[in-house]
Design a protein around this ligand. Sequence first.
Ligand SMILES: Nc1ncnc2c1ncn2[C@@H]1O[C@H](COP(=O)(O)OP(=O)(O)OP(=O)(O)O)[C@@H](O)[C@H]1O
Ligand SMILES: Nc1ncnc2c1ncn2[C@@H]1O[C@H](COP(=O)(O)OP(=O)(O)OP(=O)(O)O)[C@@H](O)[C@H]1O
Ligand SMILES: [Mg+2]
Ligand SMILES: [Mg+2]
Lengths: 256, 256
Amino acid sequence: MSRVIAIANQKGGVGKTTTAINLAASLAAAERKTLLLDLDPQANATSGLGIDAKKLRRSIYELLLADTPIQEVILPTSLPNLSLVPANADMPAADIAMLPLAGRELRVRNAIHPLRGAYDYILLDCPPSLGLITVNGIAAADSVLVPLQCEYYALEGISSLHTTIAAIRQRLNPALFLEGVLLTMHDRRTNLSQQVETEARKHFGDRVFATVVPRNVRLSEAPSHGLPILLYDIASPGAQAYLNLAKEVIKNETTS
Amino acid sequence: MSRVIAIANQKGGVGKTTTAINLAASLAAAERKTLLLDLDPQANATSGLGIDAKKLRRSIYELLLADTPIQEVILPTSLPNLSLVPANADMPAADIAMLPLAGRELRVRNAIHPLRGAYDYILLDCPPSLGLITVNGIAAADSVLVPLQCEYYALEGISSLHTTIAAIRQRLNPALFLEGVLLTMHDRRTNLSQQVETEARKHFGDRVFATVVPRNVRLSEAPSHGLPILLYDIASPGAQAYLNLAKEVIKNETTS
Ligand SMILES: Nc1ncnc2c1ncn2[C@@H]1O[C@H](COP(=O)(O)OP(=O)(O)OP(=O)(O)O)[C@@H](O)[C@H]1O
Ligand SMILES: Nc1ncnc2c1ncn2[C@@H]1O[C@H](COP(=O)(O)OP(=O)(O)OP(=O)(O)O)[C@@H](O)[C@H]1O
Ligand SMILES: [Mg+2]
Ligand SMILES: [Mg+2]
């Protein structure tokens, strides 16, 4: 039975895509069959895995707006156990185009349903908003993984994310739980990072992953080569952090 | 006659709010009467200026959805020449609530029209998306200022922003021009920053501001004190960069 995890936070630039790509790649390296869905019209998860979104004839768009079977849209990646459902730049208006559709909040959930037995993990990279596409992602998921950048604005936004998750649990997805909060771009040298870490562990307790992703320039270089960090620079602190995160997520499997 | 500038980029976390607050504060310090509109449901520009969005009875929401006169929503800030139209956390659904309204793309433009003579500058902080709220912001503006984080994904997203600006110019706002591209979070030590700067100057030529905002932790500390950088730490590289940016924007006034 697959575990479906939505990677979501409406605050922009907190490390959602970096986490989606590198957690997916680390799970694949640990022999877990993994599928990554790029739900963001920016198509960063698609280009971060080396696929040119502009050249694609099909994408997640067909799933959200038409009833194309998901098997027709899945692409292989540079890692054997990792597949991708790409986004493409045509999607910015997807939110509005989906509004008149029946079951518009459950398009992703229904699309991935036939695959639940074929993958160990299905990860969903969400855009920086709480609109219809992100609601689709969270409604389709078993759990939500929240990347939390170690900055003031990022911490501030957590309460409205909490409210949204609770609303989706009540209306659309009663079994939804918090996979965990992941501290990202942590910089040991700054007080701000320490303050955010202290606040987050106070608020969320053991729901904060033990793994903390440090600020590491190798992580921001990897997407320009179309590679996950473990293929770009396995020895980097960024790669080690995401391999540790994958271990924690796998461990959660047996306890949740 | 006011200059209305939208600060927009659908890529998340590139420094839109940091630029909106600190450019507005620097223009106010240069004796320009300035109004900042927080169009983002995250309400970061509001909290970054020390205002608690949760305690507000009125916000931009009333402008977008009802016909409350804008004068009733304007708040003073810690700087004499700077006023704010705040956001509040109720706004996440504003996009969808606005859809059935007549002239839904021109709500902001119509709301600020009566103020055009009262302020030298009106700045609009946009959310990380190309939805109805950002379209409202760009349709209301004379020009768009695009913060460009010195990272790979940020550079990639520029072309879809270009397309959106061109579409709005054609459909809603024929006189719209590019105020400029501002390089943000530039780190002299990394190759990536150098590469992005080279690419940006190749694409946009002299539309890239001479001012480059360096990565500076004081900029990310200031909002937790509810202060613009020039009141938090005037000597910091971040404060100096935004004062220089204000000088360039004022100089643009006479040439554009
Ligand atoms: N730990 C890290 N160290 C250094 N840079 C990082 C780290 N994590 C992410 N980045 C870089 O920071 C930027 C923002 O990260 P990313 O794009 O993954 O965030 P996001 O939340 O997906 O953004 P959006 O809200 O636009 O979807 C990217 O340029 C990325 O390469
Ligand atoms: N030059 C800089 N140096 C260091 N930190 C910065 C700089 N500019 C912005 N920041 C920090 O980076 C984070 C992202 O910046 P900001 O919130 O202004 O971006 P944004 O584009 O408005 O994000 P969103 O897409 O969520 O609206 C914030 O925590 C901010 O304090
Ligand atoms: Mg992303
Ligand atoms: Mg912002």
